[in-house]
Every structure is written in structure tokens, then in C-alpha cells.
Design a protein around this ligand. Structure first.
Ligand code: SAM
Length: 277
């Protein structure tokens, strides 16, 4: 029997529900509601390769929240430029940092129309949070963007985030490092850069990483490159790494003792934080 159309299946203007999007697939991985069948199909495909696939997203999000707390409590930085915000989820950057430091300013950047349609209102919930619709792989455009310039003071240290984004860049392998170099060059001394990225752990879990990569890249979403630790470290060129450097997201200052062994997917996502000298 046909019932009311579920909220998730109402399609905002300008959104193509027959093509998967990175933001919606990520939302599906996090058990969110802003995704369509085509996005869930990508999730199921990756789960066939690795049943614990959703851990890619949960580990990434756990890392994001711990990084936010670290920066808000330890560094004296009060402004955040978050590239590739994603759809609003349970705890977003501004909520994590403004809980510690209510005056901290957050500018989110994303280019997904569903993030715009559903997310903007939720992410811009106070006068210190702002949203920019732009392409994060074009540093010049982001750095010269009017809203970014209005709310981020480039004469003061800032926190710059590329969390779960650079592995979706589809182009020559060396280009994400060039993109990061342009951003890092523009940051004032004392700024912090956080990156998380799909990892090929180059050990017994390498084959599962490459299987997931194959599914992502050949899925209706079409992107998801797993890089080695050395390749991810190259994205932080010119920065002093905060202890413990680039490591598994699961190992980056976890909240408490670990009682369970990591599963194979938890070995396939890494992150780190660097400081510009
Ligand atoms: N940063 C969030 C996190 O770590 O939880 C969300 C990560 S989500 C996997 C990646 C986000 O980057 C998506 O919302 C997607 O729309 C956005 N994105 C991907 N390519 C982009 C581009 N070229 N310009 C702007 N945003 C982009």
C-alpha cells in the first residue's frame, strides 16, 4: 500500500537522485537519512567487499571530533575553515568547538546541492557559523572567497580541515599534494591542518583496502583512492606534525583503553594534524 513519501525520498530542486553523491553516500555510511537508493547501493557494494565498511566513516568522524576538541582546548586557535563539511550529522565541527570556545568561528565549504538544501540551515545555526558553496579542490577560489575572507582572519592562526575529502579528488596522483601546498602556503604561522584519508596500510589489510577502492571507484559515486602512509604524509609538506603524526584514525588519541582488536576496515583510514611553523 502506498504511504506518505518518506522525507528522504523528497528530492530537492537541482538534485539528481539517479546519481550517487559523495555527501549522500557518506551520510548512508553514517546511518543518516539524507540519502537515496543509489547511495545505499554504493554502501552495500563496499559492504560486500568488507562487511565492516561503515567503520571508514565512523572512524573518520571520531577522528574529526577528537581533532576539534584538541584544537579548541590546546592551541588557542579560534577560527576554522572546514573543507567538505558533509551533511549535518550528530555532532558537527561548530558544535564540537563552540562547546569549548563559544566564540570560535567556523566556515564550512561544500559543493553538494543536498548539503546546500538540507544542511545549510542546520550548519549556519548561529552568527559564528557560515556556509560557502564552492569547489574545495580550487584553493585560489576558496582563499579568495568573499565569505571566507569576511569570517576568517588570515593574519591570525586558523584550523584548516580536509577531512575525508582528498581521497575523492580524481586526477593525477600528485595533485592533492599540490592543492594542499597552495592552502598551506596561504596559512599564517601557528595554523593547524587536519587531514583524514583512506589508507592502504601496506600490510595484510592492503588487499581489503584495494578491494574497497575498486568498488568505490567503479560505483555510481566514482571516487575513493586509498593512499599509503607516505603519500598521506606528503599532503602535510612543510608542517610540523603533532604527535603521533599520520596514524590510523582509530589510534589518534582515542578516548579510552581499547578492549577490542581493530577490524580490517579500521586499518584502512588514517589521519593526522600538522602545525605551520
Ligand atoms: N568532512 C566531513 C567529515 O569528515 O565527516 C565530511 C566528509 S564527506 C566524505 C566529503 C565531503 O566533501 C562531501 O560532503 C562532499 O560533498 C564534499 N566534497 C567532495 N568534493 C568536493 C569539492 N570538489 N568541493 C566541495 N566539496 C566537495
Amino acid at each position: 500500500m502506498a504511504g506518505p513519501v518518506p522525507q528522504t525520498d523528497r528530492v530537492p530542486v537541482g538534485v539528481d537522485p539517479t546519481r550517487a553523491s559523495i555527501a549522500r553516500v557518506y551520510d548512508a555510511f553514517l546511518n543518516g537519512k539524507d540519502n537515496y537508493e543509489i547511495d545505499r547501493e554504493v554502501l552495500r557494494g563496499v559492504q560486500r567487499a568488507a562487511p565492516e565498511a561503515q567503520e571508514l566513516a565512523t572512524e573518520n568522524r571520531g577522528f574529526l571530533i577528537r581533532v576539534c576538541r584538541f584544537i579548541a582546548t590546546q592551541t588557542g586557535v579560534h577560527q576554522y575553515l572546514d573543507c567538505g563539511s558533509g551533511l549535518p550529522t550528530a555532532e558537527n565541527v561548530h558544535q564540537a568547538v563552540q562547546r569549548v570556545d563559544p566564540d570560535s568561528r567556523v566556515v564550512y565549504v561544500d559543493n553538494d546541492p543536498v548539503v546546500l538544501a538540507h544542511g545549510r540551515a542546520l550548519l549556519e545555526e548561529n552568527e559564528n557559523t557560515h556556509f560557502v558553496s564552492a569547489d574545495i579542490f580550487k584553493p585560489k577560489e576558496i582563499l579568495e572567497n568573499e565569505i571566507v575572507r569576511k569570517h576568517i582572519d588570515f593574519t591570525e592562526p586558523l584550523a584548516f580541515f580536509q577531512l575525508g575529502t582528498l581521497h575523492h579528488y580524481e586526477g593525477p596522483n600528485e595533485e592533492p599534494a599540490q592543492i594542499m601546498r597552495e592552502y598551506i602556503d596561504a596559512l599564517p604561522s601557528g595554523s593547524y591542518v587536519a587531514i583524514s584519508h583512506f589508507l592502504d596500510p601496506e600490510n595484510e589489510h592492503s588487499s581489503i583496502a584495494r578491494k574497497m577502492e575498486d568498488v568505490f571507484r567503479h560505483s555510481p559515486m566514482g571516487s575513493g583512492t586509498f593512499r599509503t602512509k607516505a603519500e598521506i604524509e606528503a599532503l602535510f609538506d612543510g608542517l610540523e606534525m603533532i604527535d603521533p603524526g599520520v596514524t590510523l584514525c582509530a589510534d589518534w588519541w582515542q578516548d579510552g583503553p581499547r578492549l577490542k582488536p581493530l577490524n580490517q576496515v579500521q586499518y584502512c583510514i588514517a589521519g593526522g594534524v600538522g602545525r605551520k611553523p
